[in-house]
Design a protein around this ligand. Structure first.
Ligand code: PLP
Length: 406
């Protein structure tokens, strides 16, 4: 029987910015030189250093820091050669900035169905990749779930499709030991407050392709000061595209970069902490009747900064009641099946600026019972135990065990 515990912490409260980052930020503020290209002779700016350090972390030659993750995706698509009207595959289960970035770049999103484990459906991917004149795939590792990357890369290669990874939820994650963000031609990360490192807003683009990197630097608005970059291709490489690439102004500044650099140093440790929280909630969910939590493969070294689960066979009204019961006890569940976009969740059919001609019954079914919880590092394992217990109580209230046909 539930002990009617309630939970009182906030699901949107992140940890404070580390003291070392605050000190560095204050130094930047005192200098007045916040613009990334505003440096004294011989000075290396925080933005330049962040790019160099993130490129080193990722093990790739090129990195560009920019204004947001969505901006990074927009210029990644453009830099990869997208022309207005080009079709771009993407997950149907993703967040609104993803189709938004495709639209912004002039592309036409073509959505791919969703598996029960929340990754893209490979059969549908194979189908749309082979049967339509698609040139790009903006793959979102949505909520940190990493699909079968061997298969996905194989399908892209077989169909001449350029793979672009959206790693907003997989910074620090790996698949078969290889960092998420190194499987495609270019990868985009977000440093927005609810992601794995926090500068309020911000984005990082990484690639091993010199021509793509050159374009991205120019798109971001380099005012031809590209020679300052330390994780960009040579000035010669950039000179080739400098007069044909417009300035889409979207740089990162030194203040944000200063805040991010110490956080990057701590990223791997933070990922371990997230995974402890994830495991603590998962233990409860795995033994709660009617609750499905995907089994994560050993080679999916994900980062559990949020957790997803499905309530098998729940109707819409049961979903609403479950969310209400949890909410009354302080556990704020997000539901990806809601018709109405709420907070960060929205369903593909609410992106009405898209063509929307394809219904996606598989995704609709998956989302109809899909719940989501953020796990900020201001929680500890004891908090996660309380959350797990409350969820278990609430599913028990909606579907008492005696009613379940086992
Ligand atoms: C947050 C997010 C983005 C965009 O990042 P911003 O920095 O907020 O623009 C892209 N994709 C996913 C899946 C996200 O969660």
């Amino acid at each position: 029987m539930g002990s009617m515990k309630t939970f009182t912490k906030s699901f949107t409260q992140q940890e404070a910015i580390p003291e070392a980052a605050i000190e560095q930020a204050v130094r930047v503020l005192r200098s007045g030189r916040l613009h990334r290209y505003n440096a004294e002779p011989g000075e290396t700016t925080e933005t330049e250093l962040l790019e160099q350090e993130f490129a080193a972390y990722m093990g790739v030659p090129y990195c560009l820091a920019c204004a947001s993750g969505g901006y990074a995706m927009h210029i990644a698509l453009r830099s990869a050669g997208l022309q207005p009207g080009d079709k771009v595959l993407s997950n149907a289960f993703t967040l609104a900035p993803v189709p938004g970035a495709i639209h912004n770049a002039g592309g036409v999103p073509v959505l791919v169905e969703t598996n029960d484990d929340y990754t893209v459906e490979l059969d549908h991917l194979r189908d749309v990749a082979a049967n339509s004149d698609v040139r790009f795939f903006l793959l979102s590792h949505m909520r940190g779930h990493i699909g079968d990357m061997d298969a996905i890369v194989g399908i892209c290669e077989a169909n001449g499709i350029v793979l672009i990874e959206d790693c907003a939820h997989t910074m620090g994650a790996r698949w078969r030991g290889r960092l998420s963000g190194t499987f495609g031609k270019v990868a985009c990360f977000s440093t927005q407050t609810y992601k794995h490192i926090n500068s309020g807003e911000g984005g990082l683009l990484v690639t091993a392709d010199p021509e793509l990197a050159a374009r991205a630097v120019l798109y971001s608005g380099s005012y031809m000061m590209f020679e300052r970059h330390m994780a960009a291709p040579s000035a010669d490489e950039i000179a080739n595209v400098r007069l044909t690439t417009p300035n889409y102004s979207g740089r990162m500044d030194n203040l944000r970069a200063a805040i991010l650099r110490p956080q990057l140093q701590a990223l791997d440790e933070q990922c371990v902490r997230w995974n402890r929280l994830y495991a603590a909630v998962e233990r409860w969910l795995k033994s709660a009747p009617g609750v499905f939590v995907p089994v994560r493969a050993a080679h999916e070294q994900f980062v559990g900064s949020s957790i997803q689960f499905s309530l098998l066979g729940y109707s819409e009204s049961e979903m609403r009641r479950f969310i209400e019961l949890c909410s009354r006890r302080g556990v704020q569940i997000k539901w990806f099946g809601d018709e109405e976009p709420r907070g960060y969740t929205s369903r593909f059919d609410s992106w009405q600026y898209l063509d929307g001609s394809d219904d996606l019954p598989g995704t609709r079914q998956v989302l109809s019972i899909l719940c989501d919880l953020r796990l900020p590092l201001t929680f500890d394992e004891a908090d996660c135990d309380v959350i797990g217990e409350i969820i278990t109580d609430c599913v028990g209230e909606i579907r008492p065990v005696k009613d379940l046909a086992i």
